[in-house]
Ligand binder design. Sequence first.
Ligand SMILES: Cc1cc2nc3c(=O)[nH]c(=O)nc-3n(C[C@H](O)[C@H](O)[C@H](O)COP(=O)(O)O)c2cc1C
Length: 148
Amino acid sequence: MNIKLVYYTKTGHSRKIAEAVGKELAIEPLDIADNPTLFGADILFIVGGIYNGVSAGEMIQFGEKLRPAMAQRVAIITSSAFRKDTQQQLSMTLKSNYIEVIGECLVRGAFTVISMGHPNKQDYNTAVEFAKNLIQEFEDQADNESAE
Ligand SMILES: Cc1cc2nc3c(=O)[nH]c(=O)nc-3n(C[C@H](O)[C@H](O)[C@H](O)COP(=O)(O)O)c2cc1C
C-alpha cells in the first residue's frame, strides 16, 4: 500500500505531529511548502493547523492542485488551540476534485497562552492512533473485497 504524509506549518506543531506519525508508519513527512511530488497514493495524510478559524491559504491551494492520480483518498489531521474547528474548506475542495476524504482527527495545538504545552505526547499519540486505525480499516476492506 502506498501511504504518503504531508504537512503545512506556521509554528512547527504540524511538522512535529507529522514526524510522530511518520516515525510510526516508517514514512517521511513531506513539507507542502517544498511542493512535494505525489503520485498514486492510496491514502494521503494531510497535517495542518487552524488560523483565525480556517486552514492556511497555502493548504487550500495545495488541496486545489491535488488530483485522484496523486492521491485517491485523504485523511486530515488538524491541530488547533481550541480543538474545535475542522478543515472543512479543505475537505470540500478535495471532494470537488473527486478525492475521497476518509476522516479528520482533531488534536490540540496552542496559541500564546491558550492550551500551552500542546501538542504533547498524548496529542501525538492521538494522531498516530488515528492514522494506524484508518490504515487497518483500509487493509481489512481490501482483504474483504479480494475474498469476495
Ligand atoms: C495566527 C494564528 C491564528 C490562530 N487561530 C486559531 C483559531 O482561530 N482557533 C484555534 O483553535 N487555534 C488557532 N491558532 C492555534 C493553531 O491552530 C495551533 O497552534 C496549531 O497547532 C498551529 O499549527 P502549526 O504550528 O503547524 O502552524 C492560531 C495560531 C496562529 C499562529
